[in-house]
Design a protein around this ligand. Structure first.
Ligand SMILES: [Fe+2]
Length: 228
């Protein structure tokens, strides 16, 4: 199968250098890009990612006496290509802050309490319909260090493995109606409102004991989900 690495669509991707986001100058090239042909391993690997990595269940909210603190949410995620066809059998990695806005990471400071009953990460494979489900708690907002008042809105990070190393998509999902969405430097690095909207989940009234959200990740194309 011939693999085509599509060029970046600047209309639907975040600005490379974002004022107020001090890491962006460090993460983006300072010089013009140098074109080179991808190597064979870059175009063919990895094979069968799901068999190579340890899968972690999509239920990370805990049970019984060991339930994570926060609003229980049930996220129904679907991964599709630019034609809306399901991307089944792909590995999706998920990570997020706990209900108080703190990550399980040594680099996170102690601005908010840790939650021993919340693991904060999952690695799940989509089914034949491109779907997966995640039972978790809604992540809290958190302040970004050294930015004089920038708070990240609640969000969940996703990494979707493509067929080859070069086609991995790393993005974030936001929640509808969050006031901090309006001022988030990362979400608003996307110039087009339609591109921003593609990063915001849809709330589904359910009446159950969990808040239900649906979200779709489009792995490529003009309506592709932005890399964040
Ligand atoms: Fe984050």
């Amino acid at each position: 199968m011939k693999v085509v690495i599509q060029p970046r669509d600047e209309r639907t991707q975040p600005a490379r250098i974002v004022p107020g986001y001090p890491q962006t100058p460090l993460r983006n090239p300072q010089q013009p890009l140098v074109k080179r042909a991808p190597t064979l391993s870059e175009l063919t690997g990895p094979l069968e990612v799901a068999q190579r990595v340890q899968l972690l269940g999509g239920d990370i909210a805990g049970h019984g006496d060991k339930q994570a603190i926060g609003q229980l949410i049930h996220l129904k995620l679907r991964v599709v290509d630019e034609d809306g066809a399901p991307v089944g059998g792909t590995v999706v990695e998920v990570w997020q802050a706990n209900g108080a806005g703190r990550y399980i990471h040594p680099g996170d400071d102690d601005h908010a309490p840790a939650d021993a009953n919340f693991y904060g990460a999952a690695r799940v494979v989509t089914d034949a319909s491109g779907s997966l489900e995640l039972r978790t708690v809604k992540p809290g907002a958190y302040p970004v260090p050294d930015t004089h008042g920038w708070w990240r809105p609640p969000h969940i990070h996703f990494s979707v493995f493509g067929r080859v190393w070069l086609s991995r998509l790393v993005t974030q999902m936001f929640f509808p109606g969050e006031p901090l969405n309006e001022s988030d430097v990362i979400l608003n690095a996307l110039q087009e409102p339609t591109a921003r909207n593609r990063c915001i989940a849809r709330f589904v009234p359910s009446g159950g004991n969990a808040l239900v959200y649906e979200h779709q990740i489009v792995v490529r194309g003009r309506v592709g989900t932005p890399s964040l």
